[in-house]
Design a protein around this ligand. Structure first.
Ligand code: ZN
Ligand code: ZN
Length: 341
């Protein structure tokens, strides 16, 4: 410990976001251990997972954990044996904070399914803070094309959406349905469109519909509307289980629906003939591999994707989460630390 302190937000008692389950805390600034770097946080994206954690839909792994897993910051101190980054580098810190490297999934290149993983802002402290300590092997170099505010949502919303797109097995030039259109969906849609897909967006938000059309969606409709043509693939971004039956019904023969979120309300009973027969498939997405992140960041910079963000001061974490819960955020909410004086 340095003797100096930092400010952060921590989950005290999970509950409705209106009851402000996050509390402001002061902690000693941590020293990076072997293989770790300490990062001065410039920006941290607000992910729906943070909301699920604050509200208790996801059980906190420990009391007073600091949320935040879309962290952009500057390396300010290297632990022993570090060589990947230098002091002063701008890096990105994502959801997957550690994988064991030894289990059958890690060995098979599927570290997102690791049996003993650690997740940033759930198992270990995240970026709703002045500084964060990370294993350098699980951080990313960031493309210069994006500002801090733009880069933050790429680190979960972007990468998870990218994995969901690959899991949905959209054929080249295929028809993709996107259910819910927030921070993750608006990035995924741009990747799909750049790769030649026709994208149909189903969402209840009028602002999101406008953004979807601006970004090149072929059509927009209400959350549970039928798209104008059968879908080869679909991605469920809305955490709403009752949308699964209409989304499955919208699939063409052989189509696949991928569920992108870590949390979904209960799925109602399905009818085999209407929802699954004719080789329609339903699959989930769990975290991501580091390789997913590298591929996505490279692709995002090459296109380049337009990142729609709403900035908040780091002091306004509760406000940002309330706005997210009430569907008032267009694109992705990002918390910004004031530049150090
Ligand atoms: Zn493992
Ligand atoms: Zn996330």
């Amino acid at each position: 410990m340095t003797g100096q302190t930092m400010q952060a937000w921590a989950v005290d008692r999970p509950g409705p976001i209106g009851s402000h389950p996050l509390v402001r805390i002061e902690r000693a600034i941590p020293e990076p251990g072997s293989g770790q770097v300490r990062v001065r946080v410039r920006a941290c994206g607000v992910c729906r997972t943070d909301l699920h954690l604050a509200e208790g839909d996801l059980d906190p792994k420990r009391h007073l954990v600091i949320p935040g897993h879309e962290v952009v910051g500057i390396v300010e101190r290297l632990g022993e044996g570090c060589g990947r980054f230098s002091e002063g580098d701008r890096i990105g810190v994502p959801w997957l904070a550690a994988a064991c490297g030894r289990c059958r999934f890690c060995i098979a290149g599927r570290e997102n399914l690791c049996l003993a993983p650690q997740f940033r802002g759930w198992d270990i402290d995240g970026g709703y803070a002045d500084v964060v300590v990370v294993d350098e092997a699980f951080a990313y170099h960031l493309p210069d094309a994006f500002s801090d505010q733009e880069a933050a949502p790429l680190l979960c919303a972007g990468i998870i959406g990218y994995r969901a797109l690959r899991r949905a097995k959209l054929p080249p030039g295929g028809r993709l349905g996107i259910y819910g259109f927030g921070g993750s969906a608006h990035l995924t849609a741009q990747i799909a469109i750049a790769e030649g897909a026709r994208v149909h967006v189903l969402t209840r938000s009028d602002e999101a519909k406008t953004l979807a059309l601006e970004l090149g969606a072929a059509s927009v409709g209400g959350a549970s509307d039928a798209p104008p043509e059968p879908l080869d693939a679909a991605i469920m971004f809305a955490p709403v289980g009752t949308l699964i039956p209409p989304a499955l019904e919208a699939l063409d023969r052989g189509g696949c629906l991928a569920i992108a979120g870590i949390y979904l309300t209960d799925v109602p009973a399905l009818n085999y003939e209407r929802h699954l027969f004719e080789e329609r498939a339903l699959c989930s997405v769990t975290a991501n591999t580091r390789q997913d992140g590298i591929e996505f960041l490279e692709l995002a910079a090459r296109i380049p994707v337009r990142v729609s963000t709403t900035p908040y001061s780091m002091n306004q974490a509760n406000e940002a989460l309330v706005d997210l819960a009430d569907d008032r955020v267009n694109g992705a909410a990002v918390l910004l630390n004031e530049p150090a004086l």
